[in-house]
Design a protein around this ligand. Structure first.
Ligand code: ITT
Length: 206
């Protein structure tokens, strides 16, 4: 096997998730720490798609490997789409996940139930070393709860309530979340795109 796919994250949890999703593709999977890259790319774009492309292109250029990068976050309608691409750093540096979701709850204290709609978004970008890049996205709809509940997951999971499950994401087992999350949907779509990109690249080499 000559090709390797670089998963552009420092988060081992994401790598494990993506590895199991991509196990049967005809290429090996590696990630930033395994190839010795410690640097982070600054996410300067104003969309998930822009940031995912930025990261994928950057690391593909740096390593010469096919590169898979993602960007994700929470969009709340009553807050005009915030925290959006700033989800990981909402409220500034040095805050915990709990500080950040408490800030969101405080900002939404006067927002009535019917207007508390929100969604998680994830965009996966795949870049070839030659410069070709494409994206696929996934979403998960829900509403912002009045108070945090549950201890699973990370980030804004404790305040993201899914009416169909009568639970917040943090109250669901990890396996349940991973079957229907924005990340799972984007990854499944990107996986199909990758298979097409690989076969086109093979064709081009003949
Ligand atoms: P890497 O860039 O190193 O992969 P990250 O922490 O920046 O890791 P993401 O870009 O995927 O991870 O996520 C951005 C933020 O959006 C994340 O820190 C959370 O606050 C929020 N977020 C994204 N997906 C989430 C999820 O499934 N549950 C809860 N919060 C989520």
């Amino acid at each position: 096997m000559s090709r390797r796919l670089l998963i552009a994250t420092h988060n081992p949890g994401k790598v494990a998730e993506y590895r199991s999703l991509l196990f049967d593709l005809p290429l090996g999977v590696t990630w930033l720490d395994e190839v010795g890259i410690t640097e982070d790319v600054e996410e300067t774009e104003d969309s998930f798609q822009g940031n995912a492309i930025l990261k994928a292109r950057h690391y593909a250029g740096l390593t010469g490997l096919w590169t898979w990068a993602d960007d994700s976050g929470l969009e709340i309608d009553a807050l005009d789409g915030r925290p959006g691409v700033y989800s990981a750093r909402y409220g500034g540096k040095g805050l915990t996940d709990a500080d950040r979701y408490r800030k969101v709850l405080a900002e939404m204290i006067d927002v009535p139930d019917a207007q508390r709609t929100a969604r998680f978004r994830c965009v996966v970008a795949i870049a070839q070393p030659g410069g070709k890049v494409d994206t696929r996205d996934g979403t998960l709809e829900g509403v912002i709860a009045r108070e945090p509940k549950g201890s699973h997951g990370f980030g804004y999971d404790p305040i993201f309530y899914i009416p169909g499950f009568h639970a917040t994401l943090a109250e669901l087992e990890r396996g349940v979340k991973n079957e229907m999350s924005h990340r799972a949907e984007a990854a499944a779509r990107a996986r199909e795109m990758l298979a097409v990109m690989l076969s086109e690249a093979e064709g081009g080499e003949e």
